[in-house]
Design a protein around this ligand. Structure first.
Ligand SMILES: Cc1cc2nc3c(=O)[nH]c(=O)nc-3n(C[C@H](O)[C@H](O)[C@H](O)COP(=O)(O)OP(=O)(O)OC[C@H]3O[C@@H](n4cnc5c(N)ncnc54)[C@H](O)[C@@H]3O)c2cc1C
Length: 235
């Protein structure tokens, strides 16, 4: 590369921002992240996330080899079935997945959000600025861009990337017409320890062979668009 090295700024150190930062760092591109949270452990992000094949491939190309292996090693067995029940335990839908082994990226990777976050944060500490709530951006001289934060500070770089989630402030400024559509559906998720008592109390409508596995999910659909979801798990 000739001239000044490219400086990339990412707003938001969530799943997408951290993954991108890992990929840029792996390719020796200068990157800085700006996150509104006060610290990496500000919020408990405990629920499981399933990474599909495309996501697994993206993560493999962005993460250093040992870190990706760590991610695969931290993942649970791929789901065998997802069942949807209503609040009276009537089955609405059940989807069976082909049996697959937890071998690599050619299968779903169910991973706890805490584990995923810990892995994605690895090695990025010096490049993340916490307590930096993005408020606006403006053009700077020579094609650069300046980001402004709530505490009055600014940062200037060549590229500014918005990875600040579904309610992105950056998107609101850049694409004011791209608005979120309110669906009226609210989902509340949780998990509980699959102890013997919990196993006994688990309704028969949940197929027993699956109630024993990590992959079982019980989804209770409540009226007026609220969805309550609970997963029995061995913790
Ligand atoms: C219940 C539930 C289940 C899901 N299950 C799955 C699943 O199984 N598989 C899957 O692939 N996806 C799943 N998703 C979706 C997945 O969680 C999101 O797609 C993903 O987290 C989006 O990542 P992101 O980096 O874009 O945003 P986020 O992870 O939301 O990160 C945004 C970051 O930006 C920060 N931020 C926000 N505003 C500012 C600001 N103004 N300045 C600075 N920082 C800011 C936030 O603090 C946060 O750290 C699920 C989502 C939900 C709600």
């Amino acid at each position: 590369m000739t001239g000044k090295p490219l400086k990339v700024m990412i707003v938001g150190a969530g799943t997408g921002g951290l993954c991108l930062a890992q990929g840029l760092k792996l390719n020796n591109v200068s990157v800085e992240l700006f996150e509104r949270d006060y610290s990496p452990t500000d919020r408990l992000q405990g629920y499981r996330l399933s990474i599909d094949t495309a996501g697994g491939k993206a993560l493999r190309s962005c993460l250093p080899g040992p870190l990706f292996e760590n991610l695969v090693g931290s993942s649970a067995k791929p789901s065998q079935r997802v069942a949807f029940l209503d609040h009276r335990m009537n089955r609405l839908l059940a989807i069976d997945f082909p049996q697959s082994e937890r071998k690599g990226i050619d299968t779903e990777l169910p991973v706890s959000r805490i584990a995923l976050r810990r892995i994605l944060l690895e090695g990025l500490g010096p490049f993340i600025h916490f307590s930096k709530k993005f408020v606006a951006f403006e053009d700077a001289p020579d094609g650069a861009v300046t980001a402004r934060f709530e505490d009055g500070s600014t940062a200037t770089g060549d590229v500014l990337i918005g990875a600040d989630g579904a309610g992105s402030h950056l998107r609101a400024q850049l694409l004011p017409d791209a608005r979120r559509a309110e669906t009226g559906i609210l989902a509340i998720s949780g998990k509980f320890h699959l102890s013997n008592d919990a196993r006994e109390a688990t309704p028969q409508e949940i197929p027993r062979p699956y109630a024993d596995s990590w992959s079982q999910r019980l989804l209770l659909v409540h009226q007026r668009g609220r969805i309550w979801r609970a997963s029995p798990q061995r913790l």
